[in-house]
Design a protein around this ligand. Structure first.
Ligand code: FES
Ligand code: FES
Length: 163
């Protein structure tokens, strides 16, 4: 057992966790934050993607006990009074069907937009497809997902330039 103190979706929490407890188990079973999904448990599908200190990680291969002092953001933590631009864009571009992959796609999408912006690189359709290699969707054929991320990137980048 280890005690961890983390900032989760903007709130400080502390809990004892088993040393072999995965982050995805901690989120879903301990905290009932079930928006983070489990599709494979072997780091293949990306359905469990969350942000650890602002970077996308797979919660099915991250130990909760290793997270003391970190900041975690899940799909439940990204909207304010309105949907996050990435969520809105998935809605606008029909970037989902069953929705199982969607939380992971959205968290991966936000990460890639922010990372490319920080590195001064252009996120185009080809790079979005390349970046999504760790996120699997069985329904959509990816086209609308790529369009959703592309459009959200334009809006996120425009709003950060205006702020
Ligand atoms: S459940 Fe984590 S990558 Fe599939
Ligand atoms: S929308 Fe069904 S798996 Fe992606």
């Amino acid at each position: 057992m280890s005690m961890i103190k983390i900032r989760l979706n903007g709130k400080e929490i502390s809990r004892y966790v088993d040393d072999n407890m995965l982050l995805v188990e901690f989120l879903r079973e301990e905290l009932r934050l079930t928006g983070t999904h489990v599709g494979c448990d072997t780091s293949q599908c990306g359905a469990c993607t969350v942000h650890l200190n602002g970077k996308a990680v797979k919660a099915c291969t991250t130990l909760a006990a290793s997270l003391d002092g970190t900041e975690i953001t899940t799909i439940e933590g990204i909207a304010g009074d309105e949907l996050h631009p990435m969520q809105q864009s998935f809605n606008d571009h029909h970037g989902l069907q069953c929705g199982f992959c969607t939380p992971g796609m959205i968290m991966a999408g936000i990460d890639m937009v922010e990372r490319y912006k920080a590195q001064g690189k252009t996120l185009d359709s080809a790079s979005i497809r390349r970046e999504l290699e760790g996120n699997i969707c069985r329904c959509t054929g990816y086209h609308n997902i790529v369009n959703a991320i592309d459009d959200a990137a334009k809006k996120m980048n425009a709003s950060s330039e205006n702020s």
